[in-house]
Design a binder for this molecule. Structure first.
Ligand SMILES: [Fe+2]
Ligand SMILES: [Fe+2]
Length: 389
């Protein structure tokens, strides 16, 4: 049941530990073609940020059938996985994964992917047998003398579609929560009764992210529409929410109490998510820092040149007090990019709102040119309603 990563870690000589979270690296059209732009982003991140571990946050592949309507061969798929991992293993940086909803699109596809990742040098996930999901495990980090476990990372498979078939996204299952709680108790016991501070990494964010937002109106230019059960309302960042909100967080269809479980155990100081390609905000809810990581791939819906990675840095002297920052493609390469051209080099937020404004102005201009004033339009609508009655 208890599943420890295949490698232990320790704080480096400077008393630091750096984790690189890599958001969705899948490709909307042909999963087996990772763009050079994304590979450049990963290479530069590995070179400049020098992480001690890199974690792929899920949705590593999607659209399991290629354009020519045949599944990729094992060699083709492995080749693409190898390409995104090479920037790290070639620098002796170990690699972890948390599976996303698209990784599990086909029966047993996550097990298949896990077996391919197992061929990658420095791959650290083990698999907690008997527990829902693939690759659930924990990753101990020891002090630089390698004597005491100072920190822990949870790598969780957050599932695909809602378990009850109601639509929307999955929630972390009860047996996974039980596994987390039991393992946390064991780690606490072996640490002299003191909880080991930890970060959860998983693809789908928890519903409590909406506590970082506040409701707003359509007229607010910084609005986003909520997602799933929150889709009736518009939201903007609340006072404790920092960074970039580009879309309504795509949280599970049901709140299964995962966040409350973290609170009850007291070890989780932060949780890092992928899944939302446009979101890169962070903020504390009840003392737990919730962090979104934008997508790293360029061929799915994205955000201009703001595809990026999230760096988290721990300090041995105060490991629970972490720092984190997003690094964007634009930070490394400016506007040199093959995948995105012209208009789309702007940020997604800006050009989405710009498109809406253009559409409204265009419609108003066309109606005016046709001699249809707002007053006439209103009376026409009113009349047609009366006629219907
Ligand atoms: Fe995705
Ligand atoms: Fe996803």
């Amino acid at each position: 049941m208890k599943s420890r990563a295949s490698m232990d870690f320790r704080f480096n000589r400077n008393g630091k530990f750096r984790i690189l979270a890599i958001g969705d690296s899948h490709d909307k059209f042909t999963y087996n073609e990772k763009t050079e732009d994304m590979l450049n982003l990963l290479n530069k991140s590995a070179e400049m940020l020098k992480p001690d571990i890199a974690i792929f946050m899920g949705d590593i592949v999607s659209d399991w059938i290629r354009e020519e309507n045949r599944p990729a061969t094992e060699d083709e798929l492995f080749h693409e996985i190898d390409r995104i991992c090479e920037p790290f293993y070639s620098r002796n940086i170990p690699i972890g994964i948390t599976f996303g909803n698209h990784d599990g699109e086909r029966t047993d596809s996550k097990r298949y992917l896990f077996s391919l990742f197992s061929r990658i040098p420095g791959f650290i996930n083990t698999d907690t047998s008997g527990v829902t999901g693939v690759g659930n495990c924990y990753v101990p980090i020891y002090d630089k003398k390698n004597e005491n476990m100072l920190f822990n990372l949870w790598l969780i498979d957050s599932g695909s579609s809602a378990q009850d078939g109601s639509g929307g996204y999955a929630w972390v299952d009860n047996d996974q929560i039980d596994w987390y709680e039991n393992t946390c108790d064991e780690l606490t016991a072996s640490n002299g009764g003191k909880v080991v501070p930890s970060i959860v990494f998983q693809h789908i964010p928890v519903c409590e992210e909406y506590l970082l937002l506040k409701e707003t109106t359509f007229l607010n230019p910084y609005r986003v529409r909520g997602n799933g059960k929150y889709s009736k309302n518009f939201y903007t960042k609340g006072i404790d929410c920092h960074g970039y909100l580009g879309e309504g967080p795509c949280v599970p269809a049901r709140n299964n109490g995962q966040f409350r479980s973290w609170k009850s155990k007291g070890d989780v100081v932060a949780a890092v998510f992928g899944h939302d390609h446009l979101n890169a905000f962070q903020g504390e809810v009840e003392g737990i820092l919730l962090c979104q990581t934008k997508c790293s791939g360029f061929h799915m819906y994205g955000d201009g040149l703001h595809q990026g990675v999230r760096l988290i840095e721990l300090d041995e002297t105060r490991p629970a007090d972490l720092t984190t920052k997003m690094y964007y493609y634009r930070d490394f390469f400016g506007t040199k990019c093959n995948s995105i051209k012209g208009y789309d080099l702007l940020t997604d937020r800006w050009h989405t709102n710009f498109k809406i404004t253009l559409a409204v102005l265009g419609t108003a201009t066309a109606l005016t040119a046709a001699g249809i004033t707002a007053e006439k339009l209103y009376s026409h609508i009113k009349k047609s309603k009366l006629l219907k009655k």
